[in-house]
Design a protein around this ligand. Structure first.
Ligand code: ATP
Length: 434
């Protein structure tokens, strides 16, 4: 028996702000392959890469899938279908649309896994990705500048140490760009019946269905969850008032915190890197123009400016409650200005905050200062007390230790929702007890 040829296909950078979506192109390609009797061996993968990549359209996603083929002519057939559809559907007129397709035969090596991890942590150049493709013997196809090869190599190579699934339902072409027609009540019901195994369905703060994109792309909605079964169940509950062209379940690294590096000290943190670290508040949060809240933290190796930006809405109220001395764990990424955008925090230990006020006179009235080093004087009965000092009072703290995260609307695709962290912890506890 002759062995099968394992072909990895990676695709990236085919959309623009005006339309399209690389998941949709993948959906079209997989449909055509299936019509030709070629089924992917697993779910296609939607891999999110460095959230600070400069030329991303939205969430810096790249796509990949695997097919097992009988002979070279089938390999040629697959490559033809992939390239023809990329040429046909990619928004090649977009200034920043530079598609890249990669074909790779065989097993993923540790060097490739390392490349992929660093495409989440760091920023690569097109030249670096081109050289890397040569080194691993991958066939690359660049459209225009072909920047997409950076992401497409990562999409085929990433090892998923944690994963979630997203079911993406697509619109029929005549509806692209028009207002989506979904029965909102069915989305809230779907959330009631499937949360927390599905998540990010509703933004309760703004009370709207977050599964629906607000861009002209072909996606009707996307349901995210822990397993393929749960996103399929959720999909069966959602009622669309417009025709659904079709759907696909994608295996993803979304909501896994895979972008977060642990164990890096403030002194060594670099722009466009995302980190999780323990620190202490050293400057009280304050608002700046535009509704952004800024404050500073330290871990004894350096001081870092952190921000909860305006789109994080009510999360800023939590940040505003922090005081100097609070011990917290921060999750977030450093932008080009070396300011850390916070995704979530864990408040570990609250500092005690004091208020200092003038002493109370024996007549019950609050005293006033009698001048420098002269003690206090009562404005009502006139009594003087040279030895009186200010009263130190502990202020109540309106903040409890625990996790806090930005609302769904402002959440990064890669950010692990607190509900995934706590349900995992519950599961570990249950496993330990049983
Ligand atoms: P969408 O999420 O709507 O599909 P997008 O946000 O994924 O869009 P792309 O159109 O894929 O945006 O553009 C992202 C570009 O950035 C791609 O060309 C990709 O190859 C590139 N890229 C991805 N990761 C990195 C990285 N670590 N360094 C440099 N470039 C990167």
């Amino acid at each position: 028996m002759t062995s099968k040829i394992k072909l990895h296909v990676g695709i990236d950078d085919t959309d623009s702000a005006e339309g399209m979506c690389t998941t949709y192109l993948t959906y079209i390609i997989l449909n055509e392959l299936e019509e030709n009797g070629i089924k992917p061996v697993d779910y296609p993968r939607l891999i999110r890469l460095n959230p600070f990549a400069r030329y991303k359209t939205r969430g810096n996603g790249a796509l990949s899938f695997i097919v097992e083929l009988d002979n070279r002519s089938q390999v040629e057939q697959v490559e033809h279908i992939v390239l023809e559809n990329t040429e046909k559907y990619a928004m090649l007129d977009g200034v920043n649309t530079n598609p890249g397709v990669v074909f790779y035969e065989g097993e993923i090596t540790s060097q490739m896994r390392e490349y992929a991890k660093n495409a989440i942590y760091n920023i690569y150049t097109i030249d670096y990705a081109t050289d890397f493709a040569k080194k691993i013997g991958a066939r690359i196809h660049k459209f225009k500048k072909g920047r997409g090869i950076i992401g497409s190599i990562a999409a085929i190579s990433l090892e998923l140490t944690d994963e979630t699934f997203e079911l993406l339902a697509y619109r029929t072409p005549e509806n692209f760009g028009t207002k989506r027609q979904l029965d909102d009540e069915s989305i809230f019901r779907m959330n009631d019946e499937t949360y927390p195994e599905t998540f990010e369905n509703i933004d309760f703060e703004q009370n709207y269905a977050a599964i629906e994109p607000h861009t002209p792309c072909p996606v009707l909605y996307g349901i995210r969850g822990n397993t393929p079964d749960i996103v399929l169940k959720a999909h069966s509950i959602v009622n669309s008032l417009e025709p659904v062209a079709g759907f696909r379940v994608f295996r993803t690294n979304q909501h896994t915190d895979m972008h977060i590096q642990e164990g890096v000290k403030i002194a060594n943190m670099r722009d466009t890197g995302c980190y999780m670290f323990e620190c202490e508040v050293v400057e009280k949060p304050h608002d700046i123009e535009g509704g952004h809240v800024f404050f500073k933290v330290s871990d004894n190796t350096g001081i870092l400016e952190c921000a909860a930006f305006e789109p994080t809405k009510s999360f800023r109220n939590i940040i505003r409650k922090l005081v100097v001395g609070d011990k917290i764990v921060i999750y977030g990424g450093l932008n080009d200005n070396h300011t850390l955008n916070i995704e979530k925090i864990k408040v570990c230990q609250l500092a005690t905050e004091y208020k200092y006020s003038n002493p109370i006179c024996s007549c019950g009235k609050r005293m006033k200062s009698a001048g420098k080093n002269s003690g206090y004087k009562c404005p009502r009965c006139g009594r003087k007390d040279r030895d009186a000092t200010k009263i130190k009072e502990e202020l109540p703290r309106d903040l409890k230790p625990g996790f806090y995260e930005v609302p769904v609307e402002a959440r990064r695709h890669l950010s692990k929702p607190i509900i995934r962290i706590t349900t995992e912890a519950d599961q570990r506890l249950k496993n330990m007890k049983s």
